[in-house]
Design a protein around this ligand. Structure first.
Ligand SMILES: Cc1ncc(COP(=O)(O)O)c(C=O)c1O
Length: 357
C-alpha cells in the first residue's frame, strides 16, 4: 500500500481497517451500547471536554449543517479565510440563516481584534471559525479568538471546525471556552471517512431548545436523548465504530501530548525543508499548521508530474485547493505518519527536482 501525504483521507492502520470486518451487532444491544459509551468517553478526552460528544454517520460537513441548524434562529457571523470557512458560510446561507462574513485574505489569520470589532457592531447568535484551514495550511488562533468573542459578546456561541486538527494539534474545548467543536474521522484521527464527531456544551444544548426547524437527522435534542442511552436515533455506522473503538485506544496509548509533539516535529521538518530550498510557505510564521503544509509553487513545478513520480514510489501529495491549484501544493503530515515517512517523501521530492543527482 502507498503512503498518503494528503490532508485527508489519510492512511489507516491495518489493524484498525481490519476491525471493521467484525460481525454486525444489533445497535440496540448491551454490547453495542458498551462500545458506544467507551467511544464517547475516549472522544471526550481527545476534545479536552467533560461535555457530551455526538457521533454521527456523516462526514464533517454534516456537522457544519448541524451547527447552524441547532444553534441559530437567524444571525450568524462566519469567519472566512479559506475554502472550508467559505463552505461553512454557504451552509449557513443555504439553511436560510442571515449570515455576515468576517473575511481576511486567505494568507492571513482571522484575528481576535477583528472578531471583537465585528461582534461589537452587531449581535450574532453564533460565531463560526475554522481552526486549521486545510486549504491553506493556516491555523487561526482559536483560543484568543474565543476569549475575545466571549468578552465582546458573551451570548454568542463559539463553534469551531477542527476537522483537520483534532488530535494533531492542541485544541482544548472546555479550557478555551468553546461551545461546539466538530471534526471528521478521516483526518488526524486516522480513521476511514464516514463518521462525524461534535462536542457540544450545555450552553449550546440550551440554545438548541429555543431554535426552530432544527431538522431531524442532526437535531441535538434528539441525538442527546439517544446518547443518554448510549446510542443514536438512526442506525449508526457500526463497522466504523468498531474501527473508532480500536483507534481511540491506540491514540490514548500514544498519548495526546506525544501525538501533538509528533505532528509538530513533522511540520517542522517539512516547513524547514521548504524554507531551506528557498520555497515560500503560504501561511505566515506563527500561524502554520501542524498537520498540513501549503508551499508556494514559485518553481512552477508540474504538480501532476510530481505526483506521478511520487506515485511510482508509493507516495502522493496534494495539489493546491480551489483557486490555489498549481499555485501551491500541500503536504499532509497527520494521522499515522512519522518523521521517517516525511524524510522518505522529501528525499523522493529532491530526486524529482534534481533527477541527475
Ligand atoms: C477544515 C475542513 N473543514 C471541513 C471539511 C469538510 O469535511 P468532510 O469532507 O468530512 O465533510 C474539510 C475537508 O477536507 C476540512 O478540511
Amino acid at each position: 500500500m502507498g503512503k498518503l501525504f494528503i490532508p485527508g483521507p489519510v492512511d489507516v492502520d491495518d489493524e484498525v481497517l481490519a476491525a471493521q470486518t467484525q460481525a454486525m451487532l444489533p445497535h440496540r444491544s448491551a454490547e453495542f451500547e458498551e462500545m458506544f459509551r467507551r467511544c464517547e468517553a475516549g472522544l471526550r478526552t481527545v476534545f479536552f471536554t467533560e461535555q457530551r460528544v455526538f457521533i454521527t454517520a456523516s462526514s464533517g460537513t454534516g456537522l457544519h449543517e448541524a451547527a447552524v441548524r441547532n444553534l441559530a434562529n437567524s444571525r450568524v457571523l462566519s469567519c472566512v479565510n479559506g475554502a472550508f470557512g467559505a463552505r461553512w458560510q454557504q451552509v449557513a446561507e443555504t439553511n436560510g440563516k442571515a449570515t455576515d462574513v468576517l473575511e481576511t485574505d486567505w494568507g492571513q489569520p482571522i484575528t481576535p481584534e477583528l472578531v471583537s470589532e465585528a461582534l461589537g457592531k452587531q449581535e450574532y447568535e453564533i460565531l463560526l471559525v475554522v481552526h486549521n484551514e486545510t486549504s491553506t495550511g493556516l491555523v487561526n488562533p482559536v483560543r484568543e479568538i474565543a476569549a475575545a468573542a466571549r468578552a465582546a459578546s458573551p451570548e454568542t456561541l463559539i463553534c469551531v471546525d477542527a476537522v483537520s486538527s483534532l488530535s494533531g494539534d492542541r485544541l482544548e474545548m472546555d479550557a478555551w471556552g468553546l461551545d461546539m467543536v466538530l471534526t471528521s474521522s478521516q483526518k488526524a484521527l486516522a480513521l476511514p471517512p464516514g463518521l462525524g464527531f461534535a462536542a457540544v456544551n450545555d450552553r449550546a444544548m440550551q440554545r438548541a431548545e429555543s431554535v426552530e426547524n432544527r431538522g431531524w437527522y442532526f437535531d441535538f435534542l434528539r441525538l442527546e436523548k439517544h446518547r443518554l442511552k448510549d446510542s443514536t436515533p438512526a442506525t449508526p455506522a457500526i463497522s466504523l465504530i468498531y474501527a473508532l473503538d480500536l483507534q481511540l485506544k491506540r491514540i490514548l496509548a500514544e498519548g495526546l501530548e506525544a501525538r501533538f509533539a509528533r505532528h509538530a516535529a513533522m511540520a517542522e521538518l517539512v516547513q524547514g525543508w521548504a524554507l531551506e530550498k528557498g520555497l515560500a510557505l503560504y501561511a505566515p510564521e506563527g500561524y502554520r499548521s501542524k498537520t498540513v503544509t501549503t508551499i508556494d509553487n514559485q518553481l512552477e513545478i508540474d504538480v501532476a508530474a510530481l505526483n506521478a513520480f511520487l506515485k511510482e514510489r508509493g507516495m502522493r501529495i496534494a495539489n493546491g485547493y480551489g483557486p490555489l491549484k498549481n499555485k501551491t501544493f500541500r503536504i499532509g503530515h497527520m494521522g499515522e505518519l512519522g518523521l521517517a515517512d516525511i524524510e522518505e517523501l522529501l528525499s523522493a521530492f529532491e530526486d524529482f527536482l534534481a533527477p541527475s543527482k
